[in-house]
Design a protein around this ligand. Sequence first.
Ligand code: PLP
Length: 463
Amino acid sequence: MTNTVIEPFKIKSVEPINFTTREYREKAMREAFYNLFLLKADDVLIDLLTDSGTAAMSSKQWAAIMDGDESYAGSRSFFKFEKVVRDLTGFKFIIPTHQGRAAEKILFTVVGGPGKIIPSNTHFDTTRANVEFSGAEAVDLPVPVALETDRRSDFKGNIDLERLENLIKKVGVANIPLSILTVTNNSVGGQPVSMANIRETRALLNKYGIPLLLDACRFAENAYFIKLREPGYRDKSVREIAVEMFSYADGCTMSAKKDALVNIGGFLALNDSTIAEKARSLLIMTEGFPTYGGLAGRDLDAMAQGLTEVLDEDYLKYRIRSVEYFGDKLEKAGVPVLVPTGGHAVFIDARRFLPHVPPQQYPGQALAVEMYVEGGIRSVEIGSVMFGREVEGKFVSANLELVRLAIPRRVYTQSHVDYAAEVIIEVFKRRDRIPGYKITYEPPYLRHFTAHFEPVVEETAQV
Ligand SMILES: *Cc1c(COP(=O)(O)O)cnc(C)c1O
């Protein structure tokens, strides 16, 4: 019996990656103000910045691209795309957008606004930014175990139903236009939400007449975790599980750059005709005509094909296992990783990795910089750079200081992952000599993309 889970594809087209020296990377990091988003991608060897828009498309998707119909209105590609999304989600109104955040912007322009509260298991950063930009408040209600990075639990992505009900009672139904479940829950480590939790959320919201939306970016990975872990789902197909997940919701936002296996695209899907009509008007103003929504016709074809391929269970088995393999390797070497590993990424707990760097010196940023300098690995901080705030002049840290190593879909092989693990283990060996960072420039929203940093030299020298 063999037990190695292999890549369920062979490679038809390759793209070289660039080797650089440590001195070169030190200089590149300085010139990028220690912000990994500001590096040139050509200066990165293994790019684990994000799994968003970085997938390798299949030969069938490339063939679908050739078949795209670029008609301005009523494109054949749209109807193909619409059918695939409707068959999967059951939603009535399917509105294509150029990516997930465009769907969020439109949605919260329609339902958000001052005084409104949007509860979620955890809002992703662009979701939170779009909620807040509308004047509404984004409230995260993860289950408490989500914050314990060293505790294994099957569904750490769940929403805390008790806190959700308390919030509804406190602020009143009239102020909650909808609630969102992010599947999988990216910001707490790509952790899945159980079917039971989705079902119970639906039941609770029904009691108050509040709609439920899914942030469905990684619906297929979530469905596969349900199959693996939740009683009663082992013999169901992942497709059936995904269909059931969507059946409890009134709509979804989707970044097709994740589980639709494309490099650009997204959509907003709704059952409510009033909201859908307002959304379409905004779409025409900012994205484009409703049958292309900020995309080329061929992109819609590639999405339709990707949404079909992503439910292939050999693919999902490889996908989830290859991420877990990376996490296991680091865990065995003593690196503090969030367990269990999520669907799209390995998360390192930077607070435990660098206990001498306080949250206000951004331990996640410090660790991300070192992994790049050590071996050309690009990751992203998901901690106080992304979610920290100033409240009345005082620093308020994020709940967790994480570094995410996101795995692009179908892009890297096992030896790339082995190399990345070796680099991280080298950094771990010299962890007590790694300095903290301070921010020297930041914009008002989504600062992690463009902020500038500098190492804090004196203070860490004393530790
Ligand atoms: C990526 C992502 C988004 C935003 O999608 P974009 O396509 O990047 O605009 C929203 N929610 C979650 C959970 C995501 O991972």
